[in-house]
Design a protein around this ligand. Structure first.
Ligand code: HEM
Length: 284
């Protein structure tokens, strides 16, 4: 469907076949980003990968981002952060189980995502076999690139601020929003939850790839943080499903399938009403 939204010509694509056609034959036409005053001001002249126009600068920063910041090796090096933060979340939910109280899972997921992402971006020392060992965080990597001057452009303080700002805010929000919707969908579908729990409790993970769902976008501008995002969301959700059973708090008087799923727009689309749920401890 083609719409003129004010002065902006907008093509709405909602069929998997058309998405496949775009990815395979017209990707470059859709690889630019609209220029807005807000992102221009917020990100120091759109100096960050996500909002920079398609061109040489975007190509170089995206390459560095994929190779230096978001490689599988780098994402794996943060395993200890995910483990600790998901462990903290599980402990908090366990406390609520013991007290028989419901939890605001939306808030807890935001806190867990904030902790995971900010520790990976801003860093924290860890101990390996009693010996302190530094894992290179995003700030370390950016300062190293700035110091080494290996890029085709000068990496100024404005570049660093723009990249770090986006790294923090949008990564936290994407990770917590995906987890929030996932848990909400599970709570309103007890049959699906049971199936997912059986699978998680037996073995972890299976991923599907087609053009029906494109949560990470597609083509040249697809999300380079896919591994980072999936590792965090999988870790969070798998543990919540493994350790606990979930239902709506007593007395809210609604059936699971009637759970409010209204949306609110931010950087991402998140749940309008926070997800309040009652966890109970699972005993095998
Ligand atoms: C579950 C979590 C996440 C989801 C669902 C998600 C989704 C997306 C989507 C839909 C886009 C736009 C793609 C397009 O225009 O075709 C995007 C772009 C981007 N994402 Fe993610 N993302 C997630 C997590 C992350 C994380 C953790 C990082 C980095 C640590 C990241 C880094 C980026 C960057 C740099 C871009 C801009 C790419 C470009 O313009 O070339 N994302 N993401």
């Amino acid at each position: 469907m083609f719409l003129n939204l004010g002065q902006i010509p907008t093509l709405i694509v909602s069929s998997p076949d058309t998405v496949a056609e775009i990815v395979n034959n017209h990707d470059v036409v859709f690889s630019d980003r609209p220029k807005t005053t807000a992102t221009d001001i917020l990100f120091y002249g759109n100096k960050t990968v996500a909002f920079s126009p398609y061109g040489e600068y975007w190509k170089e920063t995206r390459k560095e981002c994929v190779v230096q910041l978001l490689s599988l090796k780098r994402v794996q090096s943060f395993e200890f952060v995910r483990e600790q933060e998901v462990g903290n979340l599980v402990d908090k939910v366990r406390e609520a189980c013991l007290g028989g109280t419901s939890v605001n899972l939306s808030q807890m997921l935001i806190a867990a995502s904030t902790n995971i992402v900010s520790r990976c971006v801003l860093g924290q020392a860890r101990k390996l076999g009693g010996v302190a060992s530094e894992v290179e965080d995003f700030v370390d990597v950016l300062l190293r690139l700035q110091h080494d001057c290996t890029l085709d452009f000068e990496l100024t303080q404005d570049h660093l601020k723009a990249i770090l700002q986006v790294s923090l805010f949008s990564r936290i929000e994407t990770t917590s929003t995906v987890s929030e919707w996932l848990m909400a969908e599970l709570v309103r579908n007890p049959r699906v939850t049971k199936k997912a729990q059986e699978e998680v409790r037996r073995v972890l993970g299976q991923k599907e790839k087609d053009f029906q769902f494109v949560p990470f976008g597609f083509g040249r501008r697809r999300c380079p943080g896919l591994a980072f995002g999936i590792f965090s969301v999988e870790h969070l959700i798998a543990n919540l499903l493994y350790w606990f059973d979930w239902k709506l708090p007593n007395g809210v008087g609604i059936l699971p399938e009637d759970l409010d799923m209204c949306e609110v727009y931010g950087i991402t689309v998140h749940k309008k009403v926070p997800l309040e749920v009652l966890p109970t401890l699972y005993s095998p």
